[in-house]
Ligand binder design. Structure first.
Ligand SMILES: Cc1ncc(COP(=O)(O)O)c(C=O)c1O
Length: 411
């Protein structure tokens, strides 16, 4: 059967009024912001959950051997990496692990390195626990519409004796980079040199353009394996974030023991009665759907690139191969020289701020995007657009973007 018929990614499923955070917006607005998909999940997951529901008894659940097998087989066959069974544990989410590890492996006022612009909730995990964020901004390569690591800066930040941890986003949200093995190994060497533990957030790893692939941080070198807490999940790739099902693996037995005591204390290792079944179905039987979905999203990315090149040439589209999020450089729409003033000063002085563009697009075009500024330094005047939706929504979103940006230029 043709792929389009088997998995209907074109269907516009109405999510309004379904307690969806993403779609709890104005009736005339469309949502292309929060990172979940507007697609129904993979059929094997749906079937597994329906079976569980039909049973009708929802008592406490445990973690089964099938759960371990599903994760381990997936990583071995898809990512060429062996996760030993005793490295692996269930957890309710990626962020709960990150926050718990921040508390367990650092003291108040110590520092955690983030490579900005990066997923905004990392800031919460650090700041809400009384630790300090130490940003090591990625260097923007405008010619290639990508980013590089500023190695001197990163080493300086890791060498700060107050630095305990680095949170790595692999692949990187929002810029969509799949870090290569050499880069990851170099990060590992530097972190080891300065006694910094790496938390590698790999939640986006299975969202990859066809032909592209991610490298697990722990696969990059023996050092990387030893000094890392690795957090993985089927939630982003299979659109089951609301089920709260994730995992972590730690190869080093001493680090593992320390972190697991913290996770246990924080009570984030108990599955709800759908979490284990959903993860097993995803990793055991969801591969075909995932590949088709990645192909569909890739076509959406092409659609955006073509439209923007044709209709909005001042917007630059980032070149990342990971995630269903596209990172749009709208610097050309800045109304003042943002190089000479920091984001904080802009707000203080009431200039047109970086988030104003995003607000304007929402008010004028009815298009809800993520404002790049929330991802830290380097996110100013960028917008993040979620393309995990039917192509008709992408088309509509692009038209709305054009209407709004054309109007923005006239004010
Ligand atoms: C990089 C990254 N990490 C973690 C999360 C959230 O993970 P969880 O819902 O498992 O806490 C997201 C969600 O967008 C994300 O983009």
């Amino acid at each position: 059967m043709d792929e389009k018929k088997r998995f209907d990614f074109d269907e516009r499923i109405n999510r309004r009024g379904t307690n969806s955070e993403k779609w709890d917006i104005g009736a005339q607005e469309i949502a292309m912001w929060i990172a979940d998909m507007d697609f129904r999940t993979a059929p094997p997951i749906q079937e597994a959950l329906e079976k569980r529901i039909r049973h009708g008894v929802y008592g406490y659940a445990g973690v089964t051997d099938e759960w371990y097998d599903a994760y381990r087989n997936w990583w071995q066959t898809r990512h060429d990496f062996v996760i030993e069974k005793d490295w692996l544990r269930f957890t309710t989410g990626v962020i709960p692990v990150i926050s718990s590890v921040v508390r367990r492996l650092s003291q108040p006022a110590e520092k955690v390195v983030l490579q900005t612009p990066v997923y905004n909730i990392f800031f919460n995990s650090v700041i809400n626990n009384g630790r300090q964020v130490l940003e090591s901004p990625l260097l923007r390569d405008d010619a290639n519409e990508t980013y590089h690591i500023d190695w001197n800066d990163l080493e300086e930040k890791l060498a700060d004796p107050q630095t305990r941890l680095m949170i790595l986003c692999n692949p990187h949200n929002p810029v969509g980079i799949q870090w290569d093995r050499e880069t990851l190994a170099r990060i590992g060497t530097l972190c080891e040199k300065y006694h910094v533990t790496v938390i590698s957030d790999e939640i986006h790893c299975d969202l990859a353009d066809p032909g592209s692939a991610y490298t697990p941080f722990a696969a990059a070198s023996e050092t990387c394996r030893r000094i890392s807490v690795n957090v993985i999940a089927p939630t982003k790739a299979f659109n089951i974030a609301g089920i709260h099902t994730a995992a972590l693996f730690i190869a080093d037995p001493y680090l593992r023991h320390t972190v697991l005591r913290g996770l246990n204390n924080d009570e984030v290792m108990e599955p709800n009665c759908f979490a284990v079944e959903a993860a097993i179905a995803a990793y055991r039987d969801g591969g075909e759907w995932l590949d088709a979905m990645n192909r569909y999203v890739y076509e959406n990315k092409k659609r955006v690139r073509d439209f923007i090149a044709r209709e909005l040439p001042k917007v630059r589209v980032n070149s990342g191969h990971a995630t269903y999020l596209i990172w749009l450089n709208c610097r050309a729409y800045a109304k003042h020289d943002i190089e000479r003033s920091t984001a904080v000063e802009d707000f203080a002085h009431g200039y047109d701020s970086h988030s104003e563009l995003c607000d304007f697009i929402r008010q004028t075009g009815g298009l809800v995007l993520s404002n790049g500024e929330q991802y830290g330094t380097g996110g100013e005047y960028f917008l993040r657009m979620n393309l995990a939706c039917p192509e008709s929504v992408v088309e509509e979103g692009l038209q709305r973007l054009k209407t709004a940006l054309d109007a923005f230029e006239k004010i």
